[in-house]
Design a protein around this ligand. Structure first.
Ligand code: PA5
Ligand code: NI
Length: 194
């Protein structure tokens, strides 16, 4: 049975992407993402200069982790690259794999990479106003391919959980890199099938 909560409001400023109030704020820096970027040399070079940029942050209204509730929040991915690869989120399967998620683009330009354990791979282009539906069983990672911050709203089941481990070990099948000033989706040379 769902835990009972009182209804509540939160305000989203569509211009700034600021969500108030929020229950959880997470800043994810390069050192947290070491294993998720493909160019380890580029990662180490930046970290060795004592630089540890914030790659993305998220502000979440998390509910109790029981069936029936929804978590929602906004993610802000900064613009930038590590080597040729654009700034990205870790990406994950939901631990409860049969749970979907909805993303709504708020500002900036991004790509969502999606993949399934059976080998299916796809991607979606995102910008302000675009709604991306992540069906059950699809791992998802978002990437900022623009020069400004890429912000989106997300809504998912609060008992879905995040499985980062498999992504940490195997990565995504595709990488999004910059080539001649433009984003390009290429095969990840290090990716091995499940
Ligand atoms: O649940 C989601 O898919 C999002 O809220 C993400 O968690 C968020 O964008 C951060 O990405 P990740 O959890 O892959 O680091
Ligand atoms: Ni998710």
């Amino acid at each position: 049975m769902s835990e009972i909560l009182e209804p509540y409001l939160a305000m989203l400023n569509f211009k700034t992407g600021i969500l108030k109030p929020f229950k959880k704020k997470v800043e994810v820096r390069l050192s947290d993402l070491k294993d998720f970027f493909s160019d380890q040399e580029a990662v180490n070079k930046i970290l060795s200069k004592s630089k540890n940029p914030i790659i993305y942050e998220y502000y979440e209204n998390s509910q109790p982790e029981v069936e029936g509730h929804l978590n929602f929040g906004i993610t802000i991915i900064n613009p930038g690259k590590i080597g040729k690869e654009y700034y990205l989120t870790r990406g994950h399967y939901h631990a409860k794999e049969g749970t979907a998620e909805v993303y709504v683009g708020l500002s900036g330009k991004g790509i969502m990479l999606l993949q399934k354990k059976d080998g299916q791979v796809t991607h979606l282009f995102m910008k302000k106003g675009v709604i991306a539906y992540v069906p059950p069983f699809w791992a998802h990672r978002t990437i900022n391919i623009g020069k400004n911050k890429f912000c989106f709203l997300y809504i998912y089941f609060s008992d879905a959980g995040h499985d980062y481990e498999i992504i940490k070990q195997k990565g995504f099948a595709k990488l999004v890199i910059e080539e001649r000033g433009r984003p390009k989706i290429i095969d990840n040379p290090k990716f091995t099938k499940y």
